[in-house]
Design a protein around this ligand. Structure first.
Ligand code: ADP
Ligand code: MG
Length: 247
């Protein structure tokens, strides 16, 4: 089958929480190549969109289209099979086990075991090492996840996503609250993933990084699409400038 131009599309997807239309009949198309960023004011539905694309939350309506195949139900445990994984705005790790074991849990597709490391195959151990080196966390491999700094936790969570070796990565606010040095490290990781030909989608409030990294931009406002397209083009549109100056 020929490769679809779009890695992910949505057709009028919605998610309501009571009276709040967190995502409201949203239709977007995310190109396979390059990076796409999702921006918008707090509460505009960015995380909810990531939750719907990754199956973390069920759709109230509409379709998510992965590689050209429309899905009405996206199940989180099945998304790796579709080639999708994600990170969370609030980092989720196994706090009581080591950095190394946090990666091995993903590679071996197991529930948490103490000292997983001891029993893992050499191939898994080699892969875990290369992932930890690639996110700059090799030195920390024997620390418990709970002992890590905020930035290190972000790096480890990204490492866990990379351990899944999929084609579409969704990163929810990977840059939030980080020091400049850490921003550079995470930018480099994301560029590397992109250069491997994978689709990278991230939520950010940092417009300098959005401009620098992304090719395609999606702007949300109150759960609806305010604008979508080439980054520089979208950022010069009147309605986008107004929305940003207005907040
Ligand atoms: P963003 O990530 O852009 O800041 P969210 O997607 O987190 O926005 O939230 C969009 C809207 O949906 C907000 O009004 C938020 O309060 C609401 N919301 C998000 N998740 C829930 C939830 N689990 N229960 C109730 N309301 C929610
Ligand atoms: Mg959010």
């Amino acid at each position: 089958r020929p490769q679809e131009q779009f890695a992910l599309e949505t057709s009028e997807i919605s998610k309501h929480f009571g009276a709040v239309k967190a995502v409201d009949e949203l239709s977007i198309s995310i190109p396979r190549k390059g990076m796409t960023s999702i921006v918008g004011p707090n509460g505009s539905g960015k995380s909810t969109l990531i939750n719907l694309l990754s199956g973390t939350l069920p759709l109230d309506g509409g379709l998510v289209i992965v590689n050209g195949v429309g899905l009405q139900v996206v199940k989180a445990h099945e998304t790796p099979a579709y080639g999708i994984t994600r990170t969370f705005q609030e980092v989720r790790l196994f706090d009581q086990i080591t950095v190394w074991d946090n990666i091995l849990v993903v590679l071996t597709n197991r529930r948490v075991f103490p000292a997983l490391m001891e029993r893992s195959k050499q191939s898994h151990r080699d892969k875990a090492r290369s992932i930890l080196e690639s996110v700059g966390m090799w030195e920390k491999r024997d620390s418990l996840a709970m002992e890590l700094s905020y930035g290190q936790r972000k790096l480890l969570e990204i490492g866990r996503a990379l351990a899944l070796d999929v084609n579409i990565y969704l990163f929810d606010e990977p840059f939030a609250g980080l020091f400049p040095q850490m921003l550079e490290i995470i930018k480099d990781i994301m560029k590397r993933v992109r250069d491997e030909g994978r689709t990278v989608i991230f939520v950010s409030h940092n417009m300098d990084i959005v401009r620098e990294l992304s090719d395609h931009l999606i702007v949300l406002d109150s759960g609806r699409l305010l604008a979508e397209g080439d980054v520089e083009d979208v950022l010069t549109r009147e309605e986008v400038i107004e929305a940003y100056l207005g907040t």
